[in-house]
Design a protein around this ligand. Structure first.
Ligand code: HEM
Length: 331
C-alpha cells in the first residue's frame, strides 16, 4: 500500500502545484505554455526513440506466439487466425487484438479454495474494464478535438451527440465520462484488493492509474461542477497549436491542474509501460506470419560457413557405399 500512497501523493502534488502556479504571474505561463510544449516534445522524441530501439532489435527468425495448428500438410486442418501464415491472417489477428483485446478475453485466474484446491477459472472482468477504459478514452480524446481544431471536426460533433444520448439537464452528461471513471476505479480496486496483483504492483502501476484518474476527475469537475471558460480554453489551445502562445485571463486553477496532469502523462508515456499502446504494433510475436514450415528463414547475420551437404558427401563416397552394398539416394 505504501507504493499506492506514494503514487497518489505524487499525482496530487502535481495537480496542487499547477493549481497554485495558476495564480502567480510568470509561473502560470510556465504551466500553460512551457510545460505543454516540453511534454509534447518529450512525447514525440520518446516515441521515436522507443520505436527506433525496438526496430533495431534483431529478429532473425519468425517468432510468433500462436495458439492454433500451424499450416503444414494438406490434410491437417490449420488455424488461419490462431496461427496465421498469410499477411491478411496476421492483419485479422492483430486487428482483433488491438480493437477487442482478444488475448485478454481469454485471461484466466487461479484461486486457492478450501481443501486446498487450486481452481483455474475465467476472468472476464479485467477484459471488460480494460475495453471500457480504452474505448472511452479514445472517444473523449476525439471529442477534445473541438478545443484544438477550428472549425470543429464533424467526427467530434457526431461523437458529442452520440455520447450525450441520455441528456439529463445541462450540461449534457457524457456516457464515456461515467464509463471511464468506473473502469479506472475498477482497475484500481483490483490492483489494491487482489493479493497476487497487489504483490506484483509497482509505484509506476499506481502512478499511471492515479494520473489517469486525476485527469478524468479534474475534467469531470470542470464540466459538471465548476464550469470552465471554454472559449478561453480554446483560445489557449489554438494559440499553442499555431506556435503563437498567449494566455487568456480567466482560466481556472482546476484547468491548470488538468493541463499539468495531461502534460505529465504525455511526457511520461514513452518511458513507461503505457507505451504498450505503440508496442503492440511492433511486437514480433504478433506481427509475423507463421510460415516457418513453408519458407526457410536464414539468419542474415550468420557468419559464412563452409558446408558439406549430404549430396556432396554421397558423391564423394559413392563408389565405396555402392561397393559395400549400402543404399544411396541418387544413382
Ligand atoms: C490525455 C488527455 C486528456 C484526457 C484523458 C482528458 C479527459 C477529460 C475528461 C474525461 C473530461 C470530462 C468531460 C468530457 O469528457 O469532455 C475532460 C474535460 C475537459 N478537458 Fe480534458 N482530457 C485530456 C486532455 C485535455 C487537454 C490537452 C485539454 C486542453 C485543451 C483539456 C481540456 C479540457 C476541458 C476544458 C474540459 C472541460 C470540458 C467541458 O467543460 O465540457 N483536456 N477532459
Amino acid at each position: 500500500m505504501k507504493r499506492a500512497f506514494a503514487a497518489l501523493i505524487a499525482v496530487a502534488g502535481i495537480a496542487l502545484l499547477a493549481a497554485a502556479a495558476s495564480r502567480v504571474d510568470g509561473l502560470n505561463l510556465f504551466v500553460a505554455i512551457v510545460i505543454p510544449y516540453s511534454a509534447l516534445a518529450l512525447l514525440l522524441v520518446g516515441i521515436c526513440w522507443r520505436v527506433i530501439r525496438w526496430s533495431r532489435s534483431p529478429v532473425p527468425f519468425r517468432i510468433p506466439t500462436v495458439c492454433g495448428q500451424q499450416k503444414s500438410l494438406p490434410w491437417i486442418k490449420a488455424g488461419w487466425l490462431e496461427s496465421p501464415w498469410t499477411t491478411p491472417g496476421v492483419i485479422a489477428r492483430m486487428g482483433l487484438e488491438i480493437l477487442l483485446f482478444r488475448s485478454l478475453f481469454r485471461n484466466t485466474r487461479a484461486r486457492l479454495q478450501a481443501g486446498p484446491r487450486l481452481i483455474h477459472g475465467e476472468d472476464k472482468w479485467l477484459w471488460l474494464g480494460a475495453m471500457a477504459f480504452h474505448w472511452s478514452m479514445l472517444i473523449v480524446l476525439l471529442r477534445h478535438l473541438r478545443f484544438v481544431v477550428e472549425p470543429v471536426p464533424r467526427l467530434a460533433l457526431y461523437l458529442e451527440r452520440l455520447d450525450g444520448f441520455f441528456q439529463i439537464g445541462a450540461p449534457v452528461l457524457y456516457a464515456t465520462d461515467i464509463v471511464m471513471l468506473a473502469a479506472l476505479l475498477y482497475l484500481l480496486q483490483r490492483r489494491v484488493r487482489e493479493p497476487q496483483v497487489r504483490f506484483i504492483s509497482l509505484f509506476t502501476d499506481y502512478f499511471a492509474l492515479f494520473l489517469l484518474l486525476g485527469i478524468v476527475i479534474s475534467g469531470v469537475w470542470m464540466r459538471y461542477f465548476a464550469r470552465v471558460d471554454a472559449v478561453a480554453v480554446k483560445q489557449l489551445a489554438l494559440s499553442l497549436t499555431v506556435f503563437s502562445p498567449s494566455l487568456p485571463k480567466n482560466l481556472s486553477a482546476l484547468f491548470f491542474a488538468h493541463l499539468a496532469l495531461v502534460s505529465t502523462l504525455a511526457a511520461y508515456l514513452p518511458f513507461s509501460k503505457l507505451m504498450h499502446a505503440g508496442g503492440i504494433f511492433l511486437s514480433p510475436t504478433r506481427n509475423l506470419a507463421n510460415n516457418n514450415r513453408m519458407k526457410r528463414h536464414v539468419n542474415p547475420w550468420n557468419a559464412p560457413v563452409k558446408v558439406h551437404t549430404y549430396e556432396e558427401w554421397e558423391d564423394e563416397f559413392r563408389a565405396k557405399i555402392e561397393a559395400a552394398g549400402l543404399p544411396v539416394e541418387r544413382h
